[in-house]
Write a protein that binds this ligand. Structure first.
Ligand SMILES: Cc1cc2nc3c(=O)[nH]c(=O)nc-3n(C[C@H](O)[C@H](O)[C@H](O)COP(=O)(O)OP(=O)(O)OC[C@H]3O[C@@H](n4cnc5c(N)ncnc54)[C@H](O)[C@@H]3O)c2cc1C
Length: 242
């Protein structure tokens, strides 16, 4: 059964990158919000008369933290009804109904294999939640890779935080692929996420691949991984943004 709708109130909005903001939303009905890293909330935004045309889902980007405030990282979509409302009409103090947490895109009960998190853009949201949670609770794991892709360095979401996490979290490696960065200051990888995980797992060792983002990236990554011998459901777990 789905959890009921409760009002959420925007308590802060921060710029994360051009066209991408962090929204901090409080749900006063709860003292603290219990959720599993990787889950999402559904927002009922005032953008249409029909209820089901007003619903938009957003992955929780924060880790469970014993408060009733959740963080989301949202990209403005040109012509998108929901994101234009959130970016251009909503403000601190705005309230709307929210439902959740929902979804099964969550960590295994016991992390018994390496995990490779693959994402582009705001697809990093569930992985940030998982990584902060693993780090905070020192959850045993077998090795973690975050493979993030965007066009430009300025769109590398949570870049500093993830780079710092990789320095202090044993067994965690952070890889960034920038497809259009021209600056000579960028000495990292230029290209797409696909070549990175294909190279890390060139030996085809056992691992889970969690993939999050837009459907075309998911399809390509899933196909490439299957060509490498990995199996859907066993090794490949996807969350599609649409
Ligand atoms: C489980 C889940 C979690 C999600 N989490 C996030 C999140 O954390 N952050 C986030 O920014 N978004 C997230 N999304 C996407 C979000 O729900 C909306 O689809 C998105 O914000 C666009 O809404 P909109 O009303 O502005 O656009 P709409 O008016 O609904 O969009 C119009 C059309 O454009 C398509 N579209 C939307 N964005 C893109 C894109 N970038 N590339 C190609 N086609 C696109 C949509 O599928 C739709 O057909 C998530 C979606 C799901 C299902």
């Amino acid at each position: 059964m789905l959890s009921p709708w409760n009002d959420g109130e925007i308590v802060d909005i921060q710029d994360e990158a051009p066209g991408t903001k962090r929204f901090y939303i409080k749900v006063p009905a709860f003292e603290k919000i219990d959720f599993k890293p990787g889950q999402f909330m559904t927002f009922d935004l005032p953008i249409h008369e029909k209820r089901n045309k007003r619903w938009r889902s957003y992955s929780i980007a924060s880790a469970p933290n014993d408060t009733n405030v959740l963080e989301f990282v949202i990209v403005l979509l040109e012509g998108g009804l929901g994101t234009n409302y959130l970016f251009n009409q909503a403000n601190i103090g705005t309230t709307f109904p929210m439902r959740g947490p929902q979804g099964h895109f969550t960590l295994p009960e016991i992390i018994d294999k390496e995990i490779c998190f693959i994402c582009t853009g705001t697809g990093i949201a569930p992985f940030r939640s998982m990584l902060l949670h693993i780090h905070r609770h020192q959850i045993p794991h077998k090795g973690l890779h975050l493979v993030f892709g965007s066009r430009l360095k300025e769109n590398a979401l949570y870049y500093r935080e993830m780079a710092e996490l990789a320095e202090k979290m044993p067994g965690f490696s952070y890889h960034v692929a920038l497809s259009r960065e021209k600056s000579p200051d960028w000495t990292g990888y230029k290209g797409y996420v696909h070549q990175i995980y294909e190279s890390i797992y060139a030996d085809h060792r056992d691992a889970y691949f969690y993939i999050c983002g837009w459907q075309n990236m998911l399809d390509e990554a899933s196909e490439r991984l299957q060509n490498m011998g990995y199996q859907r459901k066993v090794n490949i777990i996807c969350e599609s943004y649409g």
